[in-house]
Design a protein around this ligand. Structure first.
Ligand code: BEZ
Ligand code: FE
Length: 314
């Protein structure tokens, strides 16, 4: 035994060693720390250390990674959440959504919420037109909201929002688009039916002028989202569904930048050339039409904790 070794005494915590690095770090957590936080941090530290061991970054590479995260933080504002974009483009938002929305077969599937949802959209009667800028091909959307047994659900709320024909949401173009352009809240009637008028959505890029956009470009990935309408459907006694309707003719359907497309959410949009029907709808001819039904799953215990869209009994 060397002189140096004889000075060693039993330590409260193990000293850092490359081979046991994750265990050394995790051993520092207090036994009475919140158990869920302990579990989460132990898992993150274990996998982060494993990734670093596999990658073996140089100091410069590690600093570049830290700079990327710093730039991502600096890009965030009230209207721009670059960390959510990072989560979206890495498929993590969709994974968290899938884990928390394991719906019974036949129920309308969830997909990504995205950063452009705004609460308190104007409430329209059925048939209302949410296209306040009048751009793009007119669209009529109709459907029925049912439970898993096929019974229509009266009084369900359908909250809709979408980008305009230039590929921007109203909140991205304040002062350019009318406020609340292409947003509306509808209520299903006594037969569970809803309908509204809008504009056919087109594909658009997620905000790509920040670090996430630069990363996508370096990876040879485009920033485009497949054309879609967003919808949140809620009804007392049922699980809310946060979802999209996708157009079938979009070139980005199979390569949505945030992995939001599910086959069950691709709708059959019809291109209609019929001046009489167009006139009845107050549309220019031609226009698009889509029928889209929703099936809501019954509310389960813990549903309220799993979603930010709570439904009051009123
Ligand atoms: C959206 O569909 O609005 C969206 C979703 C994820 C990232 C950016 C935009
Ligand atoms: Fe969107």
């Amino acid at each position: 035994m060397t002189d140096q070794a004889t000075h060693r005494k039993a330590t409260k915590y193990p000293y850092f060693e490359e081979a046991t690095s994750a265990e050394v770090v995790n051993a520092r957590m207090a036994p009475d720390a919140d158990p869920r936080l302990r579990q989460v941090m132990a898992t993150i530290v274990k996998h982060l250390h494993a990734a670093v061991k596999e990658i073996e970054p140089t100091h410069d590479e590690w600093l570049a990674a830290i700079k990327f995260l710093t730039d991502t933080g600096h890009m965030c504002t009230d209207w721009r959440q670059e960390f959510i974009l990072l989560s979206d483009t890495l498929g993590v938002s969709m994974l968290v959504d899938a884990i928390n929305n394991r719906k019974p077969t036949g129920a309308t599937e969830n997909t990504i919420l995205g950063p452009f949802y705004v609460p308190d959209a104007p409430h329209y009667p059925n048939g209302g037109n949410i296209s306040l800028d009048g751009k793009g091909e007119p669209l009529v959307v109709r459907g029925t909201i049912r439970d898993a047994q096929g019974k229509p659900i009266a009084g369900a709320k359908i909250d809709v929002w979408q980008a305009n024909d230039d590929g921007f949401y109203d909140v991205q173009q304040k002062g350019v688009q009318p406020d609340m352009n292409l947003r509306g809240l509808f209520t299903s009637d006594g037969e569970g039916q809803y309908w509204f008028r809008s504009a056919k959505p087109r594909y658009y890029p997620i905000p790509d002028d920040g670090p996430v956009g630069k990363l996508l470009a370096k990876l040879g990935r485009h920033p485009n989202r497949a054309a879609h309408l967003h919808m949140i459907v809620t009804a007392p006694g049922f699980e809310p569904v946060v979802t999209h309707i996708f157009t079938p003719d979009c070139p980005y359907l199979e390569e949505d930048a945030v992995f939001g497309v599910k086959e069950s959410l691709i709708a059959d949009f019809q291109h209609i050339d019929d001046p009489v029907r167009a006139k009845e709808l107050g549309f220019a001819n031609p226009f698009s039409s889509v029928n889209w039904d929703f099936v809501l799953a019954p509310a389960t215990e813990g549903a309220a904790e799993r979603t930010m869209f709570h439904v009051s009994a009123s």
